[in-house]
Design a binder for this molecule. Sequence first.
Ligand code: AGP
Length: 602
Amino acid sequence: MCGIIGYTTRKDNSVEVAVNGLKNLEYRGYDSSGIAFFDGEKIDIVKAKGKIANLDDKLASQDTKACCAIAHTRWATHGEPNEANAHPHNVGKVTLVHNGIIENYAVLKEDLKAKGYSFNSDTDTEVAAAYLDYCYSQTGDKLQALVDACDSIRGSYAFDVIYEDEPTTIYATRKDSPLVVGYAHDGNFAASDISAILDYTNKYSLINEGEFVKITKDIVTFYDKDLNKIEKKSETATWDANQYQKNGYDHFMLKEIYEQPKVINDIFERYYTDCSYKDIDFSKFDKIHIVACGSAMHASLVGKYLLQTYGKIPVMVEIASEYRYSEELITPSTLLIVVSQSGETADTLAALRLAKEKGAYVVGIVNAVGSTIAREVDKCIYTYAGPEIAVATTKGYTSQVAIFSTLALMAMEEKGYLTQETAKEIKEDMLSIEPKINDVIANREKYLDIANDIYNHNDLFFLGRGIDSSVCMEGSLKLKEISYMHSESYSAGELKHGTISLIDKGTPVISIATDEKLFEKTVSNIKETKARGSYSIFVTTENHGDDHSEFADKTIILPKTTDFTEPILTVVALQLVAYETAKLRGCDIDKPRNLAKSVTVE
Ligand code: AGP
């Protein structure tokens, strides 16, 4: 996902500040970067393919004293990653950076060509710049031009714009893509998210859909689409820049894995002491849909298992990008739960908006405070996991699972299925989970040993039944994402219906059996793969002893807890196996190729 930052200041360090801001946006994923800055006479534009260090190298060879700059990290959507396609884009009097996708750019481009415009890139963003320049040529008013351009542009966008004839003012607006305004001592910002500006300020305001902002070094003015001024309160970010640092860990991913014990403990403690969502009444709805993408969808599958098994509530989990094809199922009696770490995932946002159009009640399980999804749901349950920088989610996923565990507990209680004894057992389990997660994390040698066995393979299987099958999906994705090894998660009972033909001598198979009811059946499936030569890695709980050499070459033994916390322990072990494997393969663990931290395009 692209990152944008604009800074206008009474000093002359806007380039240094904007580039530093880009570095704090690197986690979003990118393949090129660029900056435009007003040097007192003209607007210079410098771009570079690849890492921001390449942009830094180019800037080092020129005078970059400037009081206003807009900068961009590009995750290519239209046009390959190269300098010509990198932002900022300048057309006529307009220079801008953009995060999002202009869906009607082709039509606009043809119309603009007929008006005499020519183009130097393959991007939709350059078309937006040209169209804004055209609108400005028609109205002569910078804000009105931005309103007029956005009236015709379809798609998603967060724009930072500077005009040639007012080069120290930044104009900004957004639709679907995130954008925040920051208020600093020496100037003001407009950036994709707070992480870009936390080194300079923790004072910010959120820009809502259809709002327009004029930003000078001294004043920030908000307008609605009729250009009426809007009063906007300033907020104070509760997290600090330090949380955006690795603090001694080799990778953000490892740091975030180690943060999980406290994050999960805090979620459970909050549930029992200050729950903000106990008012969700499941009995008011005739169906529950849970919609998300990627790991958030995998967490949703664990949530489905728990809500169905313990709350006796039928649940449909759907991938967000597929949900629109189920729209006939959505009614005002539907409870939709959307799950998103970033709160900006376009597919999930689209599903949320569809459901709201149909009258459904929408609850969000979100980590990023103030994010678009958090603002648009009817009720937001924050996971408060803190900023997650690594592209591959860890604490984001486990915190979602923990919230689902509490929702399942609520459903049990609401339906009268929760006995005092069970309530006591689950509460004790939840409030004692922190040291158990730490114990799982501490077993690093075991994970490294397993990583050494598997890292030079390119096909690997994860097998499980019931709740373990859902955790397998997350374990498989973690390994794929950061080590680039192909792996497949398969229901253990299903393997023999075809896919077992892929099991060859030495094929690594990671099997999970933490569910007592399904232990023997899963072991039988493991033996079926073993009989065909698999290299068997077995993940189970301590109550089955630690000798499984009959069918396992390596074993990971987990503390035995309840279904409400066991998936969290299981996945932490799989996170670390993936982490160690990716390290052995020399992969870019925090910023895997082709991936973005939050996918704000559909
Ligand atoms: C998980 O490691 C991935 N980064 C990805 O699958 C992610 O979970 C998915 O894109 C959803 O993101 P969200 O939770 O921010 O909506």
